[in-house]
Design a binder for this molecule. Structure first.
Ligand code: NAG
Ligand code: NAG
Ligand code: NAG
Ligand code: NAG
Ligand code: NAG
Length: 389
C-alpha cells in the first residue's frame, strides 16, 4: 500500500497542464530565467560545486560546529564575501550551456520538536520500539510534533543569523519550500517572518519534503485544512491532499526509498522553478536523503541547523544519476527495550506489548520479562493512554 502510494507520488506531475492554455503558460514558465541567470531544466545528474562552503569538504567535522557564527560556512570571510558569492554563482549560470544550471539550496532542519525531547527522555531504543508508535505519553503529545520552547529559540537564532549576514549582502532565497509537518512550517515561519514573509513571500508546502513516512506518529501529518488555518500565509502545491494518504502504522519508508523521493522532489523544483536561491525547511531524514541524492558530504545536522549547498544540475540525455539502490519497506523493529522505564507520574499510559515477541512459557509477569518477551498484554504503571493527537 505504502509502496504504491509512494510510486504514485513519485510519478505524479503536480504542475501538469490541464488545458491547452495552461500548456502554453507551462512552457513559458519552464523556459524562464531568473535575474541570476538560473533556468529550469529536467535534471539527469546533480553534483555539488566544491570549495565554496566548509560543509562541502569531505573532511568537515560537524560536531560542535556553529554555522551561525561562521558566515554559514562560506570559506570566503571578506566583507564583500556575499556579493562575491552572488557574482560567482551568477557567472556560473551565465556561462552555463542550455543543459546546465546552478542553484544554491539552503536546506534546513526544524527546531527541536516534542518528539525529539521524548526520544532524548526515553532513549532511542525504547523510543523506536514503543514510544514513537504512541501519540504521546499522557504528559506531552508528539503526533505531528510541535516545536518545544528550545525549538522556537533555535528558529529565532536562525532568524537573527540571517539578519546578521544580510548586513553583508547574503542573497536571500527567492522561494521558500516547506515540509507539511508543523515543526517545519513553524520553523520556517519564525526564521523568515520579518525578513521575507512580511514582504509577501508565500512559502510553498510540498508533500515530498516530509520526514520518513510511516510507523512513527510524529511523521504523520495533520489535514490540509488544519495546516491552512495554522499557517495562513502558506500555499500548497496543487496535488496536496486533504488527508495524509501516505502514513501507515505498519511500514516505515527506508532511507533508500526516501532518497529517491527527495531526488524526485528536487527534480520537480529544478524543472519548474528557475530561482537560483531557494530554501527548503524539512527534517534530518530529508537532509540525509538530500545528501545521498546529490552526492553531498554526509553528516548529521542538529535541530534548528541548516546547510547551504551550491548544486550543479545537468540535463544531458547521456548523463545519469548515481544509483540509489534497494527499496523494500521496513517493518516495525523487533525490540526488547522496556518501554515502561522512565514513565513518571502523573503521566499515565497503557503499554501494549506491540513489538514484543511472545514468551515460550506463560508467566504471570506484568511487564516485559528480562528476556524481552511478554506473557500477556500488559498494563504499565498507572495506565490510561492519552488518546489525544
Ligand atoms: C569569490 O568567491 C569564490 C567562490 O566562493 C571564491 O572562490 C573566490 O576566492 C572569491 N573571491 C574573492 C576575491 O574572495
Ligand atoms: C570532531 O570534533 C569533535 C569536537 O571538536 C572531536 O571530539 C572529534 O574527535 C572530531 N572528529 C573527528 C573525526 O575528527
Ligand atoms: C512533562 O513534560 C515536561 C516537558 O514538556 C517535562 O518538563 C516534565 O518533566 C514532564 N513531566 C512528567 C511527569 O513527565
Ligand atoms: C482536520 O483536522 C482538524 C484538527 O484535527 C479537525 O478538527 C477537522 O475536523 C479536520 N478536518 C477534516 C476535513 O477532516
Ligand atoms: C553524475 O554525478 C556523479 C556525482 O554525483 C558523477 O560522479 C558522475 O560522473 C555523473 N555521471 C554522469 C553520467 O554524468
Amino acid at each position: 500500500m505504502l509502496a504504491t502510494l509512494l510510486t504514485v507520488l513519485a510519478l505524479s506531475a503536480p504542475l501538469a497542464a490541464s488545458s491547452p492554455l495552461d500548456a502554453v503558460a507551462d512552457i513559458a514558465a519552464r523556459s524562464k530565467h531568473d535575474k541570476f541567470h538560473g533556468k529550469t531544466l529536467a535534471p539527469s545528474n546533480y553534483t555539488v560545486v566544491p570549495g565554496v562552503f566548509v560543509q562541502d569538504d569531505p573532511k568537515f567535522n560537524a560536531t560542535g560546529y556553529d554555522l551561525l557564527s561562521d558566515s554559514f560556512g562560506l570559506l570566503d570571510k571578506s566583507a564583500k564575501r556575499w556579493k562575491n558569492f552572488t557574482k560567482y554563482v551568477t557567472d556560473l549560470n551565465k556561462r552555463a550551456d542550455e543543459h546546465t544550471t546552478y542553484k544554491v539550496v539552503y536546506i534546513a532542519r526544524h527546531g527541536q520538536g516534542y518528539h525529539n525531547a521524548a526520544e532524548s527522555f526515553y532513549g532511542t531504543p525504547a523510543w523506536n520500539c514503543y514510544w514513537a508508535q504512541q501519540k504521546g505519553d499522557g504528559n506531552i503529545t508528539w503526533a505531528d510534533a510541535e516545536l518545544t520552547p528550545l525549538g522556537i529559540a533555535q528558529a529565532q537564532a536562525c532568524n537573527d543569523g540571517w539578519k546578521t549576514q544580510l548586513k553583508d549582502g547574503i542573497p536571500l532565497p527567492q522561494r521558500l519550500y516547506s515540509s507539511p509537518m508543523r515543526r517545519s512550517a513553524s520553523t520556517l515561519e519564525i526564521t523568515w517572518k520579518d525578513i521575507l514573509l512580511n514582504k509577501g513571500v508565500k512559502p510553498v508546502i510540498q508533500e515530498r519534503w516530509r520526514e520518513s513516512i510511516g510507523l512513527h506518529t510524529c511523521d504523520w501529518r495533520n489535514n490540509k485544512s488544519d495546516i491552512a488555518t495554522r499557517y495562513p500565509g502558506f500555499e500548497f502545491e496543487p496535488s496536496f491532499t486533504e488527508h495524509d494518504l501516505l502514513w501507515d502504522d505498519t511500514y516505515e519508508e527506508t532511507g533508500t526509498q526516501q532518497a529517491k523521493r527527495i531526488r524526485n522532489a528536487l527534480n520537480e523544483i529544478f524543472a519548474t522553478d528557475p530561482s537560483t536561491f531557494i530554501s527548503i525547511t524539512a527534517h534530518s531524514g530529508v537532509i540525509n536523503a538530500f545528501f545521498k541524492a546529490t552526492g553531498h558530504n554526509a553528516f548529521s545536522v542538529q535541530t534548528g541547523g541548516f546547510v547551504p549547498v551550491l548544486l550543479k544540475a545537468v540535463s544531458y540525455p547521456s548523463a545519469t544519476f548515481s544509483p540509489i539502490v534497494g527499496g523494500q519497506s521496513a517493518t516495525a523493529p523487533s525490540c526488547t527495550a522496556d518501554p515502561t522505564v522512565l514513565v513518571k507520574a502523573p503521566a499515565t499510559v497503557t503499554v501494549q506489548p506491540t513489538w514484543y515477541p511472545a514468551c515460550a512459557t506463560v508467566t504471570t509477569t506484568a511487564s516485559p520479562s528480562p528476556t524481552g518477551c511478554l506473557a500477556s498484554p500488559v498494563t504499565g504503571p498507572a495506565p490510561t493512554a492519552t488518546k489525544s493527537a
